[in-house]
Every structure is written in C-alpha cells, then in structure tokens.
Design a protein. Sequence first.
Length: 225
Amino acid sequence: MSNARETDLYPPVKTFLEAQGYVVKSEVGAADVVAVRGGEAPVVVELKLGFSLALFHQCLERMKLTDDVYLAVVRQNGKRFAKSVKANTTLARRLGLGLMTVRLADGLVEVHCDPGPYAPRKNAKRKAQLLREFARRQGDPNEGGQTRAGLVTAYRQDALKIAVYLFEAGASKGADVARETGVAKATTLMRDNHYDWFEKVEKGVYGLGPAGAQAVTAAARVLGA
C-alpha cells in the first residue's frame, strides 16, 4: 500500500468494466475513468488510494456530467478497513454514488453499492427510544458535542433523585422511595446499583453509600435545578 499509486487501480477497473461490455478510456476531461456502453449514460470512476472527504467532493462534481459515478479505492486487510468500507458505503448511497474497492494483489474489483437514489428506512424502535429519553430527561444538563463519558441520561437523573431523597430521609423502603421521588422503578434501580451509590439494608430497604453521598453534590446541575 505504501508504494501503491492511483494509476495501479486503473488496469483492474478497466478490465472489470470491459467485461461488462464498456469501452473504457482514462483521463478524459477531468474524470479519471470514463466508460461508455452503447447509448447509455457514461460511467465515471474516480480512483484514489483511500477514502477522503475530497474524494466524495470530487465524485459529486462529476455528477454534473452523469448520474453514474463511482469512487474506487484500494482494498486493505483488517477490521478497521472493513468498518470504513461499511461507513463509506452508507455515505455513498446517501449521496447517490457508487463505491468499489480494488485488491491490487490480484486485481479483484468488488462493487459495494451502485449509483442511484437512496432513501434509508427509518428505525421506529430507535426513534421511540430517542423521544422517550428526550421526554424523561429534565432540563438540558449536557453540552452538545461532549464525549459519552459523564453524559447525563434520564436514568442517571432518576438515580440522583433517589440519592437526594435517601440523603435527606435515610434508609427507606423501595415503595416509599418510588412514591416520594416519582421514580416508578426505584426499587429495581437501587437493586441494580449501576453507579454503586446504594446499599441494601434489609429486604426491600435501601440506604445511600459513600459514593452516592458524593453524587448528591452534583444533583442540582444534573436535575436541571
């Protein structure tokens, strides 16, 4: 890969397209590769060693000439590249582009998606989860763009409500905590003890541990007060 050149992609791509009945020529106008078959719209392929935003920009520019535009990159080994192909295939589909990879060792060309209109299916379950989390969360305690570490969720806010209550009232029955805090699943939340804040005193009764007492100091911000 370190010694590869963009021109190394051309012979395999040319052979691949010719096998499908295209007449193929390189460096026609601004396009790396142009393929024509009968009276069909021309196919344009842009060759690069790897994925980049500039490559997508280049392919979008070629769509002013034809709807059938592919980006072609050198195929690499490993999970990282496989993940990159998956993500960039999704992006290519969204933009109406085609994507192919070329294995230089043996000239294998693999088409991951063809050009054309694409409308992704909406995930109703994820949409419902998104809106449920939005509705449950109090205030706006996070900063847009922050990392997942330290992210305040509705679940964490519920845990803090419980921690604040136990800090003030002491060890209590789960049913009482649920009623006073409005957290319906208070007993389950304390039993699961995801944040290691709670301590089981006896059956159905929970108190606040040292870590929970420390968390209470951040409750005002996290609960949107």
